[in-house]
Ligand binder design. Structure first.
Ligand SMILES: NC(=O)c1ccc[n+]([C@@H]2O[C@H](COP(=O)([O-])OP(=O)(O)OC[C@H]3O[C@@H](n4cnc5c(N)ncnc54)[C@H](OP(=O)(O)O)[C@@H]3O)[C@@H](O)[C@H]2O)c1
Length: 364
């Protein structure tokens, strides 16, 4: 049996193709291994960022591909179709980090009632969150449309949730408003929703492109929406602000820091949606820009909040977000290598409308 894998050229992301790889026979699986059929996965700008940072953050090592190519990790669902592990039955449904492929062999380790881990040697040395699979069969929160929302938003909203907790813990570093770049992104509007509902005295400002202005305004969780070309003319520079930067656009960040000067109280680097990040950024006035990386924060919070501390708090936050999603997002399902390629290239080249949530499968 073969797996269909979608791979991209590591140093020229516009080049991509599907290939067939040979799978081990179900009867020849290594001890404790599972053969998983990947059923559906989400695809957003976040996956493009995984590719951009593939070398730096070791994303390419998770799902090996032929030389000079990489398989981009995606969040989604898979069903166990063969099992050599005594506690995992055929038919188990898993949620977690998968390759863009039709199949994956997982070396099941640390199997518990709710989760397992892929113990494959090549997957070690990355943050634990990338090797954990939730056993979600029969859980309505991970089924049907709710499951699609989980695949699309769970990893992104985790970041939103962690940034909200971080800023609140530090009393917003003295800022009275929070600016979010790429305000139309799912990661940004998840955070805007939390700030809007939980931090009533903080003003939430969305920065976006002219094309996405109407969408961002329609969400109702931003107090103000400003297009990138108007940031200096529209935003008063004399009140303390925090920047949560999903766009990763060096020019925009420099403009904002110079405009606000010492009033820039916090500058968190989150994403790279614009892919216009210069490796040599100058010293900027105001707070020093620093990376905020969800897996590091998850480790920190797990220690502080105890084993179930994140799940309980995140679950409460998710239940506030979930009712908004039918209005905010339109799920578009697509299958087969040609469709996956088109969605990949559209996402890479910024052609996906922000309300669209792509759920894909490589199987025809
Ligand atoms: N640090 C972490 O741990 C962490 C965790 C989660 C997410 N993130 C990052 O947050 C970012 C947002 O991810 P997402 O999945 O939420 O994004 P998304 O929903 O797919 O966001 C799409 C938006 O990004 C902007 N954009 C996308 N592609 C573009 C392009 N080629 N050119 C210009 N603008 C483009 C546009 O927003 P505008 O027009 O509004 O700019 C677009 O509406 C990603 O970089 C992701 O990696 C980081």
């Amino acid at each position: 049996m073969n797996s269909t894998d979608f791979i991209v050229a590591r140093h020229d992301l516009q080049q991509c193709k599907s290939i067939e790889t040979r799978l081990p026979d179900a009867t020849a699986l290594p001890e404790d291994a599972l053969l998983v059929k990947i059923d559906r996965f989400a695809f957003t700008a976040n996956n493009i960022t995984y590719a951009v940072l593939g070398d730096q953050l070791k994303y390419w090592q998770l799902f090996p591909a032929p030389e000079d190519f990489g398989n981009i990790p995606v969040w989604g669902f898979g069903d166990v179709i063969a099992s050599n592990h005594p506690d995992i039955a055929i038919g188990e449904r898993l949620f977690g980090y998968f390759p863009m492929a039709t199949h994956l062999v997982i070396e099941a380790a640390d199997v518990s009632k709710r989760s397992l881990r892929d113990g494959a040697a090549h997957r070690q040395g990355v943050a634990p969150v990338y090797n954990a699979y939730a056993r979600v069969g029969g859980d309505p929160a991970f089924a049907g449309r709710q499951g699609d929302y989980q695949a699309l938003l769970r990893p992104l909203f985790m970041l939103s949730f962690l940034v909200d907790a971080h800023l609140a813990e530090h009393e917003f570093y003295g800022a009275r408003s929070v600016m979010l770049s790429s305000a139309s992104s799912k990661t940004a509007f998840g955070l805007a929703h939390l700030l809007h509902t939980l931090r009533k005295d903080i003003r939430v400002i969305g920065l976006t492109s002219a094309a996405n202005n109407d969408f961002v305004r329609s969400l109702g969780c931003y107090d103000d929406v400003v297009t990138y070309d108007r940031v200096t003319s529209s935003l008063p520079s004399d009140t303390p602000v925090a920047l949560v930067d999903m766009a990763g656009n060096s020019e925009l960040r420099a403009t904002l820091h110079r405009h606000f000067g010492d009033q820039m109280k916090y500058s968190g680097r989150i994403g790279l949606t614009h892919r216009s990040s210069s490796p040599d950024e100058p010293e900027l006035p105001g707070a020093r820009p620093s990376w905020f990386f969800a897996p590091d924060q998850i480790r920190k919070r797990a220690k502080e909040w105890g084993p179930d501390g994140i799940d309980l708090r995140f679950g409460a936050a998710w239940s506030g977000l979930a009712p908004m999603l039918d209005r905010w997002l339109k799920i578009t399902e697509g299958s087969g290598p040609a469709t996956v390629k088109q969605v990949y290239l559209d996402t890479l080249n910024g052609r996906v409308p922000p309300q669209q949530g792509h759920i894909l499968s490589l199987a025809e």
